[in-house]
Write a protein that binds this ligand. Structure first.
Ligand code: CMC
Length: 424
């Protein structure tokens, strides 16, 4: 039965019913699409704290309970039992693949994993000290100039091909952003290797020695990729959807998503966490950092703490905390930054300021520690987040383009000058 919510706008003495839409889980949504037409009124929600921008069947997040489901499957189960390729298939197609589907999927991704040779010349146009995310925004955007041959987005097959190209090529794009930066030759993917294996061999491999893949580290990276693969309508995914709503080229849409992800309030936080832990430097300095984070006159925030949606705990943080311990044990590393991180977490979680505001460590708090232990330089952390999130962006892009609802065009509450005339 359709429910309605009554709106009464008193100065106009009008009353109008708005339908309430129910999802399969989570809060219902008031459908305000007719508000402007019927009441000449807009809804005001800067930051989209109470706005569902679309319907989506991909990912479910319950921030109060700390729940994250990909197509209904809990993130903890996928992180433990699945692989990134399988999760990618699940997100893109809605179901776990059969053995044959899985084989075909990974085979096609492998076939499309190489970059056009001409794309490599774009890398050489960047300064060597360019940030890998800056290179990725540029290179992924540049791919739109390479694949305009089959770009009829009303054709599902062409959409699928664009999706495979994006997911398939991203490991080489990300790894090459690093090797170019450090002056090492760009390496090619090998079809016999898995997604995470390929990324590590392209990122760390050297031309003159055989690269030995460490399965424990590959598994840890695979888990990081799974945990970061999607997170419903976050800033970068919403950016991809908004860009795609105009019918823009899919590679350009993904470049927009990468740009949005780069910010320190979003994907850039994992890099910012490491910078912050390094600045704190010693366990004794933690109380000062916590005091600064609480001081409203100081812009400093504890990076890796807080989340717009999770107000209990971030389930991804629980999984990755375990991974951090496993990787450090395996490598026999005693990272002083991990000690600072653990202590900071304890102190912050006991502090009234953080308790009241429900600020818990998020996924980025620990992913930085794992990546650092694996030898990944700090400036590649967000690039690895982008590598993983490409699957989420692509899944949302496929969902949107399969059922386009026209261009996204938010309105505004105008607070500028009223009409005035140009002085003579
Ligand atoms: N350190 C100190 N105070 C904080 C922090 C923090 N990390 N995060 C929020 N607060 C305070 C904030 O000052 C405000 O206090 P008051 O009510 O007294 O004004 C209150 O908590 C609510 O903050 P908000 O900015 O309204 O919360 P938000 O939902 O808009 O922000 C956030 C979410 C993630 C941007 C924010 O918590 C933050 O900046 N965290 C640090 C950056 C970070 O770790 N980002 C990664 C997010 S997870 C990865 C991803 O999904 O992209």
């Amino acid at each position: 039965m359709t429910k309605y919510i009554d709106t009464k706008i008193t100065d106009k003495e009008t009353e109008h019913s708005l339908p309430v839409l129910d999802g399969t889980m989570g809060p219902s949504a008031v459908d305000i699409q007719t508000l402007y037409t019927n009441e000449d009124m807009l809804a005001f929600d800067p930051g989209f704290r109470s706005t569902a921008s679309c319907k989506s069947a991909i990912t479910y997040v319950d921030g109060d309970e700390g729940v994250l489901l990909y197509r209904g499957y809990p993130i903890e189960e996928l992180a433990e039992k699945s692989t990134f390729e399988e999760v990618a298939y699940l997100l893109m197609y809605g179901e776990l693949p059969s053995e044959t589907e899985y084989a075909q999927f990974t085979d096609t991704l492998g076939d499309l994993s190489l970059l056009h040779d001409q794309v490599l010349s774009f890398y050489r146009g960047f300064r060597r000290d360019a940030h890998p995310m800056a290179i990725m925004v540029g290179v992924v955007g540049a791919l739109s100039a390479f694949y305009h041959d089959r770009m009829d987005m009303s054709d599902p097959e062409q959409r699928e091909l664009a999706a495979y190209r994006l997911v398939g090529k991203m490991p080489m794009i990300a790894a090459a952003s690093h090797t170019y930066h450090i002056g090492r030759p760009i390496r090619y993917p090998r079809k016999v290797l898995g997604y995470a294996e390929n990324f590590v061999q392209m990122m760390f491999g050297k031309p003159h020695v055989e690269y030995e893949i460490d399965p424990i580290l590959v598994r840890a990276l695979d888990r990081i990729l799974i945990l970061h693969a999607d997170h419903e309508q976050n800033a970068s995914t919403s950016t991809v959807r908004l860009t795609a709503s105009s019918g823009a080229n899919p590679f350009a849409c993904m470049a927009a998503g990468i740009a949005s992800l780069w910010g320190p309030a979003h994907g850039g936080a994992n890099e910012a966490v490491l910078d912050m832990l390094t600045d704190i430097g010693r366990v004794e300095n933690i109380p000062d950092a916590v005091a600064r984070a609480k001081d409203k006159k100081d812009p400093f925030r504890l990076m890796g703490f807080g989340h717009r949606v999770y107000k209990n705990f971030d389930p991804r943080a629980t999984v990755i905390q375990q991974s951090a311990k496993e990787v450090l044990n395996h490598l026999g590393l005693d990272d002083p930054l991990l000690e600072i991180a653990m202590r900071l977490e304890e102190i912050a979680l006991e502090d009234e300021y953080f308790i009241e505001r429900k600020l818990y460590p998020n996924v980025d708090f620990y992913s930085g520690i794992v990546l650092r232990a694996m030898g990944v330089p700090t400036n590649m952390f967000t690039a690895i987040f982008a590598l993983a999130r490409t699957v989420g962006w692509v899944s949302h892009w496929l969902e949107l383009t399969a059922e386009p609802h026209g261009i996204d065009r938010p309105r505004q509450l105008y607070v500028g000058p009223t009409l005035r005339h140009y002085p003579k």
